[in-house]
Design a protein around this ligand. Structure first.
Ligand SMILES: Nc1ncnc2c1ncn2[C@@H]1O[C@H](COP(=O)(O)OP(=O)(O)OP(=O)(O)O)[C@@H](O)[C@H]1O
Ligand SMILES: [Mg+2]
Length: 253
């Protein structure tokens, strides 16, 4: 059984058919690259998986159980974490506070519940170390970290929920070359832990270096779904832009 199985998923916004019967699967411990032009439906599909939108048709099975009637909280509880492009981190708070944002660890002193900063820092440090993320100190203000380091914080935060599937929307778009490699290493770490990953990216070199499969969406439909070793950059680009295999005549008059 696949970890995630999408079956004929449909979603319309008024007259716009954003998803026209999307179907593909994600296995445990595998990375699926989801690519497609602007407006292809990638974000809509992810929001449909995470319960932000309810599909108009089709089914979404996670571990064989349907997610379509569940709300975002229940879907997260089931084990799906989404890391958004803007990361949703609190820039003015330190790394440890961000990792535990909204679920702060507490201790009780004389009947009063207090935030346990010491324990949060210790656990945050352990998590960063296990992940192999390069963050100088968990006491550092998150807004002062580099883009790649902030991405690592978002991944560490997602892992505190013990997810089985992590969805990442453009995690490398704004990063310097060395930082890109680091984030791709982190994705490999998730994979070796048996976590499934959906990686949305316009950067095909990143997709080819880290994904096991590549799914191409075009105008709300899957037009290619191949093992990475069975496809090529040229083929994927052609699918994305909707070119045919035949060379276009008269394209450059
Ligand atoms: N809330 C909405 N209301 C109406 N139309 C929407 C809504 N969200 C998305 N759409 C439309 O659905 C289509 C798919 O959009 P979506 O954001 O999923 O594309 P995308 O593949 O994520 O693109 P990008 O690479 O630019 O992020 C587009 O035509 C878009 O205009
Ligand atoms: Mg999008």
């Amino acid at each position: 059984m696949s970890l995630l199985e999408l079956k004929d998923v449909r979603k319309t916004f008024g007259a716009i058919e954003a998803l026209r019967g999307v179907a593909f699967s994600v296995e445990e411990g595998s990375v699926v690259g989801l690519v497609g032009d602007n407006g292809a439906g990638k974000s809509t599909l992810m929001k449909t998986i995470t319960g932000v939108y309810r599909p108009d048709g089709g089914d979404i099975l996670f571990d064989g159980l349907s997610l379509v009637d569940k709300d975002p909280g229940a879907i997260r509880q089931a084990g799906i974490e989404m890391i958004y492009q803007d990361l949703a981190l609190a820039r003015m708070r330190d790394v440890a506070a961000n990792i535990f944002l909204g679920r702060e660890l507490t201790r009780t002193v004389l009947g009063v519940r207090l935030i346990d900063s010491k324990r949060m820092r210790a656990e945050a440090e352990a998590m960063i170390a296990r992940l192999g993320a390069r963050i100088p100190s968990v006491a550092q203000m998150t807004g002062q970290l580099s883009g790649g380091q902030q991405q690592s914080v978002a991944i560490a935060r997602a892992l505190t929920f013990n997810p089985r599937l992590v969805i990442m929307d453009e995690p490398t778009a704004a990063l310097a070359v060395r930082e890109v490699e680091h984030v791709l290493d982190l994705i490999q770490t998730l994979k070796t832990r048996g976590i499934g990953v959906i990686l949305i990216s316009h950067r095909l070199t990143d997709v080819f270096s880290v994904c096991d499969r590549i799914v191409v969406l075009r105008q709300g439909a899957v037009i290619a779904d191949d093992a990475t070793r069975d496809t090529s950059m040229n083929a994927v680009v052609a699918h994305i832009v909707g070119a045919t295999d035949a060379p276009r005549q008269g394209a450059h008059p």
